[in-house]
Design a protein around this ligand. Structure first.
Ligand code: IPM
Ligand code: MG
Length: 369
Protein backbone atom coordinates (compact mmCIF):
# COMPACT_ATOMS: atom_id res chain seq x y z
CA UNK A 1 0.00 0.00 0.00
CA UNK A 2 1.27 3.48 -0.89
CA UNK A 3 0.15 6.50 1.15
CA UNK A 4 1.07 10.17 1.48
CA UNK A 5 1.11 11.38 5.06
CA UNK A 6 1.24 15.10 5.84
CA UNK A 7 3.15 15.71 9.07
CA UNK A 8 2.53 18.84 11.16
CA UNK A 9 4.93 18.64 14.13
CA UNK A 10 3.83 22.02 15.55
CA UNK A 11 5.19 23.44 18.80
CA UNK A 12 6.59 22.45 22.19
CA UNK A 13 6.81 18.66 22.50
CA UNK A 14 4.93 18.27 19.19
CA UNK A 15 8.08 17.68 17.09
CA UNK A 16 9.52 15.03 19.50
CA UNK A 17 6.36 12.96 19.76
CA UNK A 18 5.63 13.26 16.04
CA UNK A 19 9.12 12.00 15.22
CA UNK A 20 8.50 8.93 17.37
CA UNK A 21 5.22 8.23 15.56
CA UNK A 22 6.81 8.70 12.12
CA UNK A 23 9.63 6.30 13.06
CA UNK A 24 7.08 3.69 14.10
CA UNK A 25 5.14 4.20 10.86
CA UNK A 26 8.40 3.75 8.91
CA UNK A 27 9.03 0.49 10.77
CA UNK A 28 5.53 -0.59 9.86
CA UNK A 29 6.03 0.24 6.18
CA UNK A 30 9.29 -1.68 6.10
CA UNK A 31 7.95 -4.75 7.88
CA UNK A 32 4.70 -5.03 5.96
CA UNK A 33 5.95 -3.84 2.57
CA UNK A 34 4.06 -0.54 2.43
CA UNK A 35 5.31 2.80 1.18
CA UNK A 36 4.53 5.81 3.33
CA UNK A 37 5.70 9.18 2.00
CA UNK A 38 5.98 11.81 4.72
CA UNK A 39 5.83 15.53 3.97
CA UNK A 40 6.35 17.99 6.77
CA UNK A 41 4.60 21.39 6.91
CA UNK A 42 4.83 24.36 9.29
CA UNK A 43 1.76 24.76 11.49
CA UNK A 44 0.86 26.62 14.69
CA UNK A 45 3.30 28.88 16.51
CA UNK A 46 6.27 27.83 14.44
CA UNK A 47 4.36 28.81 11.31
CA UNK A 48 3.51 32.20 12.84
CA UNK A 49 7.24 32.76 13.36
CA UNK A 50 8.33 31.43 9.98
CA UNK A 51 5.47 32.33 7.66
CA UNK A 52 4.38 35.95 8.06
CA UNK A 53 2.33 35.47 11.19
CA UNK A 54 -0.02 32.85 9.76
CA UNK A 55 -0.51 29.71 11.90
CA UNK A 56 -2.05 27.91 8.91
CA UNK A 57 -0.02 28.88 5.81
CA UNK A 58 -1.63 28.14 2.43
CA UNK A 59 1.01 25.54 1.52
CA UNK A 60 0.29 23.66 4.73
CA UNK A 61 -3.42 23.56 3.96
CA UNK A 62 -2.74 22.46 0.38
CA UNK A 63 -0.32 19.77 1.59
CA UNK A 64 -2.95 18.46 3.99
CA UNK A 65 -5.63 18.46 1.30
CA UNK A 66 -3.36 16.51 -1.05
CA UNK A 67 -2.49 13.87 1.57
CA UNK A 68 -4.12 10.55 2.45
CA UNK A 69 -3.91 11.30 6.18
CA UNK A 70 -2.46 13.96 8.47
CA UNK A 71 -0.36 13.46 11.59
CA UNK A 72 -0.29 16.42 13.97
CA UNK A 73 1.84 16.88 17.10
CA UNK A 74 0.59 19.78 19.20
CA UNK A 75 0.43 23.57 18.93
CA UNK A 76 0.65 26.66 21.10
CA UNK A 77 2.80 28.07 23.86
CA UNK A 78 3.38 31.16 26.02
CA UNK A 79 5.34 32.83 23.25
CA UNK A 80 2.14 33.36 21.23
CA UNK A 81 -0.38 33.79 24.06
CA UNK A 82 -0.36 37.58 23.93
CA UNK A 83 -1.10 37.77 20.21
CA UNK A 84 -4.47 39.28 19.31
CA UNK A 85 -7.47 36.98 19.56
CA UNK A 86 -7.91 34.95 16.37
CA UNK A 87 -4.25 35.13 15.32
CA UNK A 88 -2.83 32.60 17.82
CA UNK A 89 -1.71 29.04 17.01
CA UNK A 90 -5.11 27.72 18.18
CA UNK A 91 -6.76 29.72 15.39
CA UNK A 92 -4.69 27.66 12.96
CA UNK A 93 -6.03 24.42 14.41
CA UNK A 94 -9.62 25.62 14.27
CA UNK A 95 -9.01 26.88 10.73
CA UNK A 96 -7.62 23.52 9.67
CA UNK A 97 -10.61 21.68 11.15
CA UNK A 98 -12.99 24.06 9.36
CA UNK A 99 -11.17 24.02 6.02
CA UNK A 100 -10.92 20.24 5.91
CA UNK A 101 -14.50 19.79 7.11
CA UNK A 102 -13.41 17.73 10.13
CA UNK A 103 -16.66 17.56 12.04
CA UNK A 104 -16.07 14.27 13.89
CA UNK A 105 -13.54 13.88 16.68
CA UNK A 106 -13.05 10.41 18.11
CA UNK A 107 -11.16 10.02 21.39
CA UNK A 108 -10.88 6.41 22.57
CA UNK A 109 -10.50 6.03 26.33
CA UNK A 110 -8.77 2.69 26.54
CA UNK A 111 -6.78 1.77 29.62
CA UNK A 112 -3.49 -0.05 29.13
CA UNK A 113 -3.62 -3.04 31.48
CA UNK A 114 -0.07 -2.52 32.76
CA UNK A 115 -0.94 1.01 33.86
CA UNK A 116 -4.00 0.32 36.01
CA UNK A 117 -2.13 1.29 39.17
CA UNK A 118 -1.41 4.84 37.99
CA UNK A 119 -5.06 5.67 37.42
CA UNK A 120 -6.45 8.04 40.06
CA UNK A 121 -9.45 5.69 40.33
CA UNK A 122 -9.43 2.51 42.39
CA UNK A 123 -9.06 -0.63 40.23
CA UNK A 124 -12.57 -1.92 41.01
CA UNK A 125 -14.09 1.24 39.53
CA UNK A 126 -12.11 0.72 36.34
CA UNK A 127 -13.31 -2.85 35.77
CA UNK A 128 -14.77 -2.95 32.23
CA UNK A 129 -13.93 0.68 31.50
CA UNK A 130 -13.38 1.07 27.75
CA UNK A 131 -15.30 3.77 25.93
CA UNK A 132 -15.06 6.28 23.12
CA UNK A 133 -15.93 9.95 23.06
CA UNK A 134 -17.36 11.26 19.82
CA UNK A 135 -17.04 15.02 19.96
CA UNK A 136 -18.61 17.29 17.35
CA UNK A 137 -15.73 19.37 16.01
CA UNK A 138 -16.90 21.96 13.51
CA UNK A 139 -19.68 23.88 15.25
CA UNK A 140 -20.97 25.05 18.64
CA UNK A 141 -19.60 28.00 20.58
CA UNK A 142 -16.18 27.41 19.00
CA UNK A 143 -17.31 28.55 15.58
CA UNK A 144 -20.08 31.04 16.31
CA UNK A 145 -19.34 34.76 16.25
CA UNK A 146 -16.97 36.01 18.93
CA UNK A 147 -17.13 39.63 20.00
CA UNK A 148 -15.02 41.67 22.36
CA UNK A 149 -15.74 45.36 22.74
CA UNK A 150 -14.86 48.25 24.97
CA UNK A 151 -12.05 48.18 27.48
CA UNK A 152 -11.47 48.16 31.20
CA UNK A 153 -14.68 48.37 33.23
CA UNK A 154 -16.69 49.01 30.04
CA UNK A 155 -15.46 45.85 28.31
CA UNK A 156 -17.89 43.16 27.28
CA UNK A 157 -17.66 39.96 25.26
CA UNK A 158 -19.92 37.36 23.73
CA UNK A 159 -19.59 33.99 21.99
CA UNK A 160 -22.43 32.55 19.96
CA UNK A 161 -23.23 28.85 20.20
CA UNK A 162 -24.91 27.57 17.05
CA UNK A 163 -25.94 24.15 15.79
CA UNK A 164 -28.15 23.16 12.91
CA UNK A 165 -30.06 19.88 13.02
CA UNK A 166 -28.00 18.68 10.03
CA UNK A 167 -24.74 19.31 11.92
CA UNK A 168 -25.97 17.32 14.89
CA UNK A 169 -27.33 14.53 12.74
CA UNK A 170 -24.15 13.87 10.75
CA UNK A 171 -21.97 13.45 13.84
CA UNK A 172 -24.68 11.52 15.67
CA UNK A 173 -24.88 9.02 12.80
CA UNK A 174 -21.18 8.35 13.19
CA UNK A 175 -21.59 7.81 16.94
CA UNK A 176 -24.55 5.46 16.42
CA UNK A 177 -22.46 3.46 13.93
CA UNK A 178 -19.53 3.24 16.37
CA UNK A 179 -21.86 2.06 19.12
CA UNK A 180 -23.46 -0.48 16.77
CA UNK A 181 -19.98 -1.96 16.21
CA UNK A 182 -19.23 -2.06 19.96
CA UNK A 183 -21.39 -2.63 23.02
CA UNK A 184 -24.44 -1.00 21.41
CA UNK A 185 -24.86 1.72 23.99
CA UNK A 186 -24.84 5.42 23.16
CA UNK A 187 -24.87 8.17 25.79
CA UNK A 188 -25.66 11.57 24.37
CA UNK A 189 -24.46 14.41 26.57
CA UNK A 190 -25.96 17.91 26.49
CA UNK A 191 -27.32 20.69 28.68
CA UNK A 192 -30.88 20.51 27.39
CA UNK A 193 -32.32 21.83 30.66
CA UNK A 194 -30.76 25.22 29.89
CA UNK A 195 -29.48 25.60 26.32
CA UNK A 196 -31.40 25.89 23.05
CA UNK A 197 -28.57 24.22 21.11
CA UNK A 198 -28.77 21.31 23.54
CA UNK A 199 -32.53 21.03 23.15
CA UNK A 200 -32.03 20.76 19.39
CA UNK A 201 -29.22 18.27 20.04
CA UNK A 202 -31.40 16.03 22.20
CA UNK A 203 -34.40 16.18 19.84
CA UNK A 204 -32.19 15.30 16.86
CA UNK A 205 -30.53 12.36 18.61
CA UNK A 206 -33.93 11.12 19.83
CA UNK A 207 -35.37 11.25 16.32
CA UNK A 208 -32.42 9.29 14.94
CA UNK A 209 -32.58 6.62 17.61
CA UNK A 210 -35.54 5.03 15.82
CA UNK A 211 -33.27 4.19 12.88
CA UNK A 212 -30.76 2.42 15.10
CA UNK A 213 -33.00 0.04 17.00
CA UNK A 214 -30.03 -2.18 17.94
CA UNK A 215 -28.42 0.67 19.89
CA UNK A 216 -29.52 1.59 23.40
CA UNK A 217 -29.57 5.36 23.87
CA UNK A 218 -29.56 7.41 27.01
CA UNK A 219 -29.17 11.13 27.57
CA UNK A 220 -27.20 12.80 30.35
CA UNK A 221 -26.77 16.44 31.27
CA UNK A 222 -23.13 17.42 31.02
CA UNK A 223 -22.74 18.19 34.73
CA UNK A 224 -24.03 14.74 35.61
CA UNK A 225 -21.92 13.12 32.87
CA UNK A 226 -18.76 14.71 34.23
CA UNK A 227 -19.54 13.13 37.59
CA UNK A 228 -20.50 9.74 36.11
CA UNK A 229 -17.17 9.55 34.25
CA UNK A 230 -15.29 9.37 37.52
CA UNK A 231 -17.99 7.60 39.51
CA UNK A 232 -18.94 4.73 37.18
CA UNK A 233 -16.86 4.95 33.99
CA UNK A 234 -17.66 1.36 32.99
CA UNK A 235 -21.29 2.34 32.22
CA UNK A 236 -20.16 4.07 29.01
CA UNK A 237 -19.65 2.61 25.57
CA UNK A 238 -19.85 5.61 23.20
CA UNK A 239 -20.37 9.15 24.48
CA UNK A 240 -21.67 11.61 21.89
CA UNK A 241 -21.42 15.29 22.66
CA UNK A 242 -20.90 18.78 21.27
CA UNK A 243 -17.66 20.60 20.65
CA UNK A 244 -17.30 22.48 23.95
CA UNK A 245 -18.50 19.71 26.26
CA UNK A 246 -16.41 17.17 24.32
CA UNK A 247 -13.28 19.24 24.79
CA UNK A 248 -13.75 19.29 28.55
CA UNK A 249 -15.05 15.74 29.08
CA UNK A 250 -12.27 14.18 27.00
CA UNK A 251 -9.55 15.75 29.14
CA UNK A 252 -11.37 14.52 32.23
CA UNK A 253 -11.80 11.02 30.80
CA UNK A 254 -8.15 10.83 29.75
CA UNK A 255 -7.18 11.06 33.41
CA UNK A 256 -8.80 7.64 33.96
CA UNK A 257 -6.02 6.14 31.85
CA UNK A 258 -3.47 7.73 34.15
CA UNK A 259 -2.12 10.42 31.84
CA UNK A 260 -3.41 12.63 29.05
CA UNK A 261 -0.19 11.65 27.27
CA UNK A 262 -1.68 8.25 26.41
CA UNK A 263 -4.76 9.21 24.44
CA UNK A 264 -4.83 9.43 20.63
CA UNK A 265 -7.54 11.01 18.49
CA UNK A 266 -9.02 10.95 15.04
CA UNK A 267 -10.67 13.95 13.39
CA UNK A 268 -12.50 13.37 10.18
CA UNK A 269 -15.20 14.60 7.87
CA UNK A 270 -16.29 12.99 4.63
CA UNK A 271 -14.81 9.52 4.09
CA UNK A 272 -13.13 10.58 0.85
CA UNK A 273 -11.23 13.41 2.58
CA UNK A 274 -8.02 13.01 4.62
CA UNK A 275 -8.51 12.47 8.33
CA UNK A 276 -6.26 14.04 10.96
CA UNK A 277 -4.63 12.15 13.81
CA UNK A 278 -3.18 13.76 16.92
CA UNK A 279 -2.53 13.02 20.56
CA UNK A 280 -5.04 14.92 22.68
CA UNK A 281 -2.34 16.41 24.90
CA UNK A 282 -1.10 19.93 24.36
CA UNK A 283 2.33 21.27 23.42
CA UNK A 284 3.60 21.23 27.06
CA UNK A 285 6.25 23.92 26.37
CA UNK A 286 7.80 23.38 29.83
CA UNK A 287 8.73 19.82 28.79
CA UNK A 288 9.90 20.62 25.27
CA UNK A 289 13.46 19.74 24.33
CA UNK A 290 14.07 17.77 27.55
CA UNK A 291 13.31 14.39 25.99
CA UNK A 292 10.85 13.53 28.76
CA UNK A 293 7.54 13.66 26.89
CA UNK A 294 5.55 10.46 26.53
CA UNK A 295 5.32 9.53 22.83
CA UNK A 296 2.41 7.12 23.33
CA UNK A 297 -0.40 9.54 22.42
CA UNK A 298 1.32 10.17 19.08
CA UNK A 299 2.29 6.52 18.48
CA UNK A 300 -1.24 5.37 19.25
CA UNK A 301 -2.52 8.11 16.90
CA UNK A 302 -0.36 6.51 14.20
CA UNK A 303 -1.88 3.10 14.88
CA UNK A 304 -5.35 4.67 14.84
CA UNK A 305 -4.48 6.09 11.41
CA UNK A 306 -3.48 2.65 10.13
CA UNK A 307 -6.70 1.15 11.42
CA UNK A 308 -9.22 3.86 10.56
CA UNK A 309 -7.86 5.54 7.42
CA UNK A 310 -5.93 2.73 5.75
CA UNK A 311 -7.81 -0.34 7.01
CA UNK A 312 -4.49 -1.87 8.14
CA UNK A 313 -5.86 -3.64 11.18
CA UNK A 314 -3.06 -6.19 11.69
CA UNK A 315 -0.44 -3.45 11.46
CA UNK A 316 -2.28 -1.32 14.04
CA UNK A 317 -2.56 -4.30 16.35
CA UNK A 318 1.15 -5.04 15.88
CA UNK A 319 1.98 -1.55 17.18
CA UNK A 320 -0.49 -1.66 20.09
CA UNK A 321 0.77 -5.10 21.16
CA UNK A 322 4.37 -3.85 21.15
CA UNK A 323 3.35 -0.85 23.27
CA UNK A 324 1.71 -3.15 25.81
CA UNK A 325 4.73 -5.46 25.93
CA UNK A 326 7.07 -2.53 26.59
CA UNK A 327 4.76 -1.37 29.39
CA UNK A 328 4.57 -4.94 30.73
CA UNK A 329 8.35 -4.98 30.92
CA UNK A 330 8.16 -1.95 33.21
CA UNK A 331 9.33 0.86 30.95
CA UNK A 332 7.75 4.20 31.83
CA UNK A 333 8.14 7.83 30.86
CA UNK A 334 7.99 10.28 33.76
CA UNK A 335 4.24 11.01 33.43
CA UNK A 336 3.28 7.34 33.79
CA UNK A 337 5.92 6.24 36.30
CA UNK A 338 4.86 5.20 39.81
CA UNK A 339 5.77 7.87 42.38
CA UNK A 340 9.47 7.38 43.02
CA UNK A 341 9.64 4.83 40.18
CA UNK A 342 12.26 4.84 37.43
CA UNK A 343 11.48 6.76 34.26
CA UNK A 344 13.25 6.54 30.91
CA UNK A 345 13.54 9.35 28.38
CA UNK A 346 11.00 9.72 25.59
CA UNK A 347 13.54 8.61 22.98
CA UNK A 348 14.56 5.56 25.03
CA UNK A 349 10.91 4.62 25.41
CA UNK A 350 10.39 4.89 21.65
CA UNK A 351 13.53 2.82 21.06
CA UNK A 352 12.13 0.08 23.30
CA UNK A 353 8.92 0.03 21.28
CA UNK A 354 10.82 -0.11 17.99
CA UNK A 355 13.01 -2.96 19.29
CA UNK A 356 9.86 -4.77 20.32
CA UNK A 357 8.34 -4.21 16.86
CA UNK A 358 11.43 -5.61 15.20
CA UNK A 359 11.35 -8.62 17.49
CA UNK A 360 7.89 -9.59 16.22
CA UNK A 361 7.94 -8.86 12.49
CA UNK A 362 7.44 -12.19 10.77
CA UNK A 363 4.46 -13.31 12.83
CA UNK A 364 2.66 -10.02 12.42
CA UNK A 365 3.71 -9.78 8.76
CA UNK A 366 2.06 -13.06 7.95
CA UNK A 367 -1.04 -12.15 9.88
CA UNK A 368 -1.37 -8.92 7.94
CA UNK A 369 -0.63 -10.46 4.54
C1 IPM B 1 -8.19 20.03 21.77
C2 IPM B 1 -7.59 21.36 22.17
C3 IPM B 1 -8.08 22.41 21.20
C4 IPM B 1 -9.58 22.52 21.35
C5 IPM B 1 -7.41 23.80 21.37
C6 IPM B 1 -5.92 23.72 21.30
C7 IPM B 1 -7.94 24.80 20.37
O1 IPM B 1 -7.88 21.66 23.48
O2 IPM B 1 -7.98 19.59 20.63
O3 IPM B 1 -8.86 19.42 22.60
O4 IPM B 1 -10.07 23.22 22.24
O5 IPM B 1 -10.29 21.88 20.55
MG1 MG C 1 -8.82 20.09 24.53
Amino acid sequence: MRKNIAVLPGDGIGPEVTRAAVDVLQDCAQTFGHLFDFQEFPFGGIAIDKCCGNPLPPETLEGCRASDAILLGAIGGPKWESLPFGTRPEAGLLGLRKELGLYINLRPIRLRPALSSISPLRPERLQGCDFEIVRELAGDIYFGEHHISGSGKDASASDLAFYSAAEVERVARYAFDRAAGRKKHLTSVDKANVLATSTLWRDTVRALAGEYSGVNVDHQYVDNASMQIVLRPAQFDVILTGNMFGDILSDEASALAGSIGLIPSLSRGRVDQPALYEPIHGSAPFLAGKDVACPLGAILSASLMLRESFGLVAEAQWIEDAVDRVLDRGFRTADIAEPGGRAVSGSEFTKQIRDELRAAPARAGRRGA
